[in-house]
Design a protein around this ligand. Structure first.
Ligand code: ATP
Ligand code: LTN
Length: 327
């Protein structure tokens, strides 16, 4: 039996290289071996300040990028979270059995609530219960994500265990799947912070739709250091990040890459890396423009995803409602 895989991305801005290397690329690579469910988690995107029109636009862009990166609707159910209302129903039920202390420990909440000085919503706090609902609703075995989401997937697993203990065996216990290379791509402007869709600044991230000239410019300005040797040294985060991106895209070993750059300078590293990134993104961008020129196609893929998932959603929810005494 194939393992069932679930993952999702927030439509909170244009996807960057970190989202690609940490998440989507790995989903694509494993799609033949697994039963795949990939979601655009729009209800997670509304936990912080947002613009409704921009959200609507981002949802479509994200689905277009899923397809352009190589997710095949024949092998994957692709859908938008809010189109399956059971996600929020299950999230409420989970809210009622999630200890406050578990949520208070979440590092993403601590970081995001500091950014949202004006108003921190209750939704931002209970965000992991909704994420657990996304995952557990589909009886998921594996959740491929970047390093930053490990804590949330572990909370989902703990909740599944807690539910099974309180109400009887109902949920599969999911596991995070995190690749060794590319699971935490750092910002080009500040290599001590992870590359994020929602971080402002022209030189922060490389967008999957960035044109070649912009990619060259951003990389040429990436923060490095005043040393000379081009080696994988975690104590030198700028150079380490550039080399890690190089490793993820070239598939070469660290030794091969260090040998390639021996005796060369940062300008060469940045230039070679730019060409590697451009070559990786070019086919994605071409497919994206082709897919988005026929917008009905995206609607059709999304509708098909929801239809395919219905039986599984209904069978889980029936068991959950009965187990909790709601039926
Ligand atoms: P936001 O800035 O709005 O929080 P984000 O850029 O962090 O967005 P998410 O939608 O939270 O992106 O993440 C989507 C997927 O990409 C997740 O699996 C996440 O772990 C992964 N991911 C996000 N940022 C990185 C990164 N810098 N390196 C590797 N993987 C990442
Ligand atoms: N919280 C994740 C996005 C997300 C997700 C999920 C990832 C929401 N639901 C279910 C994997 C599985 C994030 O911020 N990147």
């Amino acid at each position: 039996m194939k393992k069932r895989v679930f993952s999702g991305i927030k439509p909170s801005g244009t996807l960057h290289l970190g989202n690609y290397l940490g998440a989507i690329r790995n989903w694509v690579a494993d799609q033949d071996r697994c039963e795949n469910i990939f979601c655009v988690v729009d209800q997670h995107a509304i936990t912080v300040d947002y613009e409704p029109a921009a959200l609507r636009q981002s949802v479509r862009e994200l689905v277009g990028l899923y397809l352009a990166c190589g997710l095949d609707p024949e092998h994957c159910a692709l859908f938008v979270q809010s189109h399956v209302p059971e996600h929020t129903e299950l999230a409420w039920l989970f809210n009622c059995i999630t200890p406050m202390g578990w949520l208070q420990r979440m590092t993403q909440f601590k970081e995001k609530s500091e950014e949202q000085r004006e108003q921190v919503s209750a939704g931002l706090f209970t965000y992991p219960a909704l994420m657990a609902a996304d995952i557990l609703l589909y009886q998921t075995h594996e959740v491929p994500v970047g390093e930053d989401q490990k804590q949330h997937v572990e909370l989902a697993r703990d909740l599944a265990q807690r539910f099974n203990h309180l109400f009887g065996e109902t949920f599969v216990l999911p596991e995070p799947v995190i690749r060794k290379v590319g699971a935490r791509v750092m910002g080009l402007d500040d290599p001590t912070k992870k590359m994020s869709k929602s971080t402002e600044g022209d030189g922060h991230g490389i967008g999957l739709l960035d044109p070649p000239a912009l990619i060259r410019k951003k990389l040429s300005r990436a923060t490095t250091d005043s040393q000379r040797q081009i080696v994988f040294d975690p104590a030198r985060p700028g150079v380490f990040n550039l080399l890690t991106i190089f490793q993820a895209l070239s598939g070469q070993s660290r030794e091969e890459i260090e040998a390639h750059f021996a005796g060369k300078g940062y300008a060469q590293l940045k230039g070679d890396l730019a060409e590697l990134v451009i070559a990786a993104l070019e086919p994605i961008q071409a497919r994206y423009h082709q897919i988005t020129s026929a917008p009905e196609y995206i609607d059709q893929v999304l509708a098909q995803g929801v239809v395919r998932l219905r039986p599984l959603v209904e069978s889980t929810m029936l068991r959950v409602r009965q187990a909790m005494g709601l039926r």
